[in-house]
Design a protein around this ligand. Structure first.
Ligand code: FAD
Length: 491
């Protein structure tokens, strides 16, 4: 007779939910009273369309280190394995006698397909497989428009969702009974040493700026949220667009790795608004951005090609250019447009870029250089610590003008005006483009217009210490608009 479930171990398969609090899979496993086997698999699956990018691998290392320590303190050491979960799970079940595997759902198309196949296979083998929602306020299939279909426009999506939203209270970190800490069989399953995965770069070690800027892990996520709600949230509606201010929560990598969940954010933010009426407007505005994250996941679920193909089919045949020199200048932050270059260097140095500057830099690649948005999406994927398929593809398609509810293609960001409006003193540019730091605010966003004497005093030698613009924005804008008009004419 098979042993009752509470005596057989349950594998809790961690993925992008690297936290102990508000973790429904862990909570459900713990409530069974069964021994818990926490597992993380570094997925190496042939043909994986989206292996982790370099910056994400760096983040993952830090996050697993913290999660490993937290699991050990709980009495259930984290098991690390690398390879294909479809093979690793049955192997671990064989080694440990586990009778169930619990996990929290993820939403990228290749992952959902993989998870569905794994669930099927486990069930066929008589192993209980249960999945939960840890990562969204509302899973994509639970939100429908009046005709029962998916939303394609953000405002009605958020109006509908936020009107009915009552997310359950976040779950506490479970406490394990002494019996749950006993791993069966007596010898604990083998675990890879984290260092053996080579997640952190060594030759060269390009992660110094990431280390200086970030602290991965659940505790740091909690602290970042608390610090933001403690004050900056009140100024969020006005400062969220200012890259020269610390006006946003900087929660995106924590959310991407699931070190904090949206339910925790929602409840903490609501609590803040209740306790401090002066922060109410800021909280609403902040939660609306959390709503964009929900919307992008909704889109990705209903349009699984979001990451590769334009949602607006008119763009499928757009005559993008091939411009390796332009692409290299963009990735290195040497376009000659200071706000674009500051953003691209912030990304390279810290693994993150301010949202306003993401839009400006993306618009420059797509509309000024006429390079395909997918090329930019891939660069961001590799360099962002918060790389997230839904948000990244959604953000790129929105900026390129080919996404759902997108900024129209003909709205082309002017990098000088955007810089002057959102970085009025030039402090952001000064921080990431130090060769321009002595230019006065009047010229910092358009050094090519500065009188020679001003450039000389600031030590700027255009074309030497800092590039001249690689393209004239006004000409580029006209070129993009006429191509777009031609394209529209053909459809
Ligand atoms: P806050 O302003 O404090 O917002 C809080 C949270 O709300 C964020 O952490 C994020 O989860 C969500 N959020 C905020 N703005 C957006 C938005 N515009 N779209 C979707 N969610 C949002 N975000 C990612 O998480 N991963 C990506 O890979 C990503 N790629 C992007 C690419 C482009 C071209 C653009 C224009 C935007 C992209 N974004 C991405 C969205 C946004 O830039 C970041 O979420 C935001 O800058 C994160 O900083 P924060 O945590 O301080 O944000």
């Amino acid at each position: 007779m098979p042993a009752p479930l509470s005596a057989t171990p349950v594998i809790v398969w961690f993925r992008n939910d690297l936290r102990l609090a508000d973790n429904p899979a862990l909570h459900a496993a713990a409530s069974l009273g069964a021994p818990i086997l926490p597992l993380y698999v570094l997925e190496e699956v042939p043909g994986d369309p989206r292996p982790l990018g370099g910056a994400s691998r760096w983040w993952l290392r830090g996050s697993l280190e913290r999660l490993g320590a937290a699991c050990a303190a709980l009495g259930a050491p984290l098991i690390l394995r690398r390879g294909d979960p479809a093979a690793i799970l049955p192997a671990l079940i064989g080694e440990s006698g586990a009778g169930a595997v619990f996990w929290n759902r993820r939403y990228a198309p290749a992952q959902t397909a993989r998870d569905a196949a794994i669930k099927e296979a486990l069930k066929r083998d008589g192993v209980e497989a249960r999945s939960f929602n840890a990562n969204l306020l509302a899973e994509p299939w639970t939100v429908q428009n009046k005709s029962g279909g998916p939303f394609k426009v953000f405002t009605p999506f958020w109006r509908s969702l936020s009107a009915t939203l009552a997310p359950p209270l976040p779950l506490p970190v479970p406490a394990l009974l002494p019996a749950q800490r006993l791993i069966a069989p007596a010898t604990p399953p083998a675990s890879d040493p984290l260092e053996s995965w080579g997640l952190a770069p060594t030759a060269p070690d390009w992660a110094g700026g990431l280390r200086a800027a970030w602290s991965p892990g659940e505790a740091a996520a909690r602290d970042a949220l608390a610090a933001f709600l403690d004050g900056p949230v009140a100024r969020y509606p006005t400062e969220r667009d200012r890259p020269d201010q610390d006006g946003t929560a900087r929660l995106s990598p924590h959310l991407a790795f699931g070190e904090i969940g949206p339910r925790q954010i929602w409840h903490a933010a609501r609590h803040t608004a209740d306790a401090h009426p002066d922060r109410q407007t800021g909280v609403e505005s902040f939660l609306r951005e959390i709503g964009w994250r929900e919307f992008n996941h909704h889109l990705l679920h209903h349009a699984p090609h979001l990451a590769d193909q334009p949602l607006d089919e008119r763009f499928a045949a757009f005559p993008w250019r091939d411009d390796p020199a332009g692409l290299a200048a963009w990735t290195r932050g040497r376009t000659g447009y200071p706000i674009v270059d500051a953003g691209m260097r912030q990304l390279w140095e810290t693994g993150w870029m301010h949202n306003r500057v993401r839009m400006i830099a993306a618009s420059f690649l797509v509309k000024d250089l006429l390079l395909p948005w997918q090329t930019g999406e891939r660069w961001f994927w590799d360099t962002l610590v918060d790389a997230d398929l839904a948000n990244n593809a959604g953000g790129w398609q929105w900026t390129a003008g080919c996404g759902a509810d997108a900024a129209p293609f003909f709205r082309i960001f002017n990098p000088v005006l955007q810089g002057e409006k959102f970085d009025p003193e030039g402090d952001y540019v000064r921080r990431f483009v130090p060769e321009l730091r002595r230019l006065p605010p009047r010229w910092i966003h358009k050094p090519w217009d500065a009188p020679p004497e001003i450039l000389r005093q600031a030590g700027v030698r255009l074309g030497e210490s800092y590039p001249r613009p690689i393209i004239d924005h006004a000409l580029a804008r006209n070129r993009a608009l006429s191509l777009f008009a031609e394209q529209k004419g053909r459809t």
